[in-house]
Design a protein. Structure first.
Length: 141
């Protein structure tokens, strides 16, 4: 066995538990969802921020991200129930993230004086910690 083959086999053994762990999949999906949301929000802010309130951009980015990421989460949680019903529950949980944004963003921007994009990035870090529990226990039961 070559050193390369041995190293590859060792990496696979180390990664196998992560590859079979729903939480690890959720972290990957949550991270990609955060990137999608932040990309949409940032693009909206950079293109229309001087004409559009940042909270409206947050609402639009949240709705678009929920629709775009729902199929990924559905697969992660192994949902077999109604697609429309699951999407409604998924979006209701996504509204929890939106509520964090609608509360936290003005607090960080207006009260703390942070620029909009860094303030939104800070809020994004907290949302997956909350929504995982809600998705696991309710959206994809």
């Amino acid at each position: 066995m070559t050193c390369t083959a041995h190293a590859t086999g060792r990496r696979r053994r180390l990664l196998r538990p992560l590859l079979n762990d729903r939480r690890a999949h959720y972290v990957l999906a949550g991270s990609s969802g955060a990137v999608v949301y932040y990309g949409l929000f940032s693009a909206g802010w950079l293109i229309a921020g001087h004409r559009t309130p940042y909270l409206l951009l947050a609402v639009l980015a949240n709705a678009a991200t929920a629709v775009l990421t729902y199929p990924v989460y559905r697969r992660i949680f192994g949902a077999t129930g109604s697609w429309p019903g699951g999407l409604i529950r998924f979006y209701l949980v996504s509204l929890g993230s939106l509520a964090c944004t609608l509360f936290g963003l003005p607090l960080l921007v207006e009260a703390a004086g942070l620029p909009v994009l860094p303030a939104q990035a800070l809020i994004i870090v907290v949302a997956p910690l909350i929504t995982y529990q809600l998705h696991r226990g309710w959206s994809f039961r």
